[in-house]
Design a protein around this ligand. Sequence first.
Ligand SMILES: C[S@@+](CC[C@H](N)C(=O)[O-])C[C@H]1O[C@@H](n2cnc3c(N)ncnc32)[C@H](O)[C@@H]1O
Length: 475
Amino acid sequence: MAEPRSRGQRRGAPSQGAPDDRKLVLDPARAAALDVLKAVRVDRAYTNLVLPAVIKHYGLEGRDAAFTTELASGTIRRRGTYDAILAACTDRPLSKVEAKVLDGLRIGTHQLLSMRVPDHAAISTTVDLVRARVNTGAGHFANAVLRSVSEHDLTEWIGRVAPDPRVSPTRFAAIAYSHPEWVVDELREAVGMVELHDLLAADNENPLVTLVARPGRSTRDELPGTPTPYSPYGVVMDGGDPASVPAVAEGRAGVQDEGSQLVARALAEAPLEGRDELWLDLCAGPGGKAGLLAALAAERGALVVANERLPGRAGLVRRTLTDAEGPVAGVAGIVASDGTLAPYRPAVFDRVLVDAPCTGLGALRRRPEARWQRKPDDLLALVMLQRQLLRSAIDLVRPGGVVLYATCSPVISETSIVVSSVNGARADAALEDLSAQLTDVPDCVGPVPGTVQLWPHRHGTDAMFMALFRRAALA
Ligand SMILES: C[S@@+](CC[C@H](N)C(=O)[O-])C[C@H]1O[C@@H](n2cnc3c(N)ncnc32)[C@H](O)[C@@H]1O
């Protein structure tokens, strides 16, 4: 992270090749955004995790902090569109432009085309940053490129640089909505052509923060905002910092997308005959759903085991499931173990959640960099693991008990294909009609009959997929 420099600080005359910060007044909010881009590019950092640290480092607050957040997140999200525009404004391929300069060009373009920053301010502040971080020559280059970018608005630029959608629909959508082409293809297969553009546009929105009131520990009335339409536990914040909400600070409530709340609710509300005492969250890290499940279990005298393969993430689960007095009500234990080889007796649990590791392509609104970091090759290994985890969960649930399989991805190979293949291979378990259980959620029928698929553009949630299996009762 670069040291913030005091305004107007002078240094000796630089050469053309050295960073030039003579008389430059670098805007800390923009310098901070550039640092976030670098951390995401070089360290593969998560935007949402690195932003608070950078904002703190620069001492930004209020509007400045919000400006940095929008500048960094928006630039990273819209990189696909901006790079197509920048390629049309430069005399060399973008692969030949130094990475630090390209980062500067991208933040300049976001200010020019998507934020209400006057052209002269967007260009001059970006050029100053590039001069200071790279050199005077790079500053001249950035000035020329950004002046070209400023000649059109975003819609005009997309008309100029994206191909005819009737000829190249995938490439058009990739440029217009800033998604890699393979992601466009996967999402089209999942949502269909008619709604594809609405989905891609929703992925580029900044989602509002949703809070969950963990039953028995807090209520919705304690939380600021508007009640969520489908989850009885959620509130959508109108703005502000969730950490400043007392119930959140005390761990009695948390930040959780409404779709994730519905996953926990679907598992807890699945009809069950007989014993209902021991639940398992097989892939629990970092613990969002386990927090809600433990609260729901405690209300009916049941207990949850939270299992997570990675010890570090199991530690995060422990933080969610512990208060000053120890484990919160409803928690039987937190275990760091591989869910495909989990150390539990077969058929011991009454309800099991498999919130499987997945591509996360249903949560692109929340993770600006995710679409660029995921690769199509990731899919095969994930799908194999998802199948193994689902099979393991079915082994662990008692006859008559239920397993909820969930992904925050609508990609068909992670949803239909996993569910259909396990359903076909297991004579001792069957898919149940979960969409009939979630009758208050409209238009949520998933790709396999009985499964549920939520969508950002339809439901305002992440694109969560859910399927409910029931282990056959003993004859
Ligand atoms: C989608 S996340 C779960 C999110 C979590 N349920 C929540 O609501 O906070 C999937 C988790 O599965 C974990 N995981 C990956 N492979 C696993 C395995 N073989 N056994 C158990 N957990 C695994 C990952 O480390 C990750 O924490």
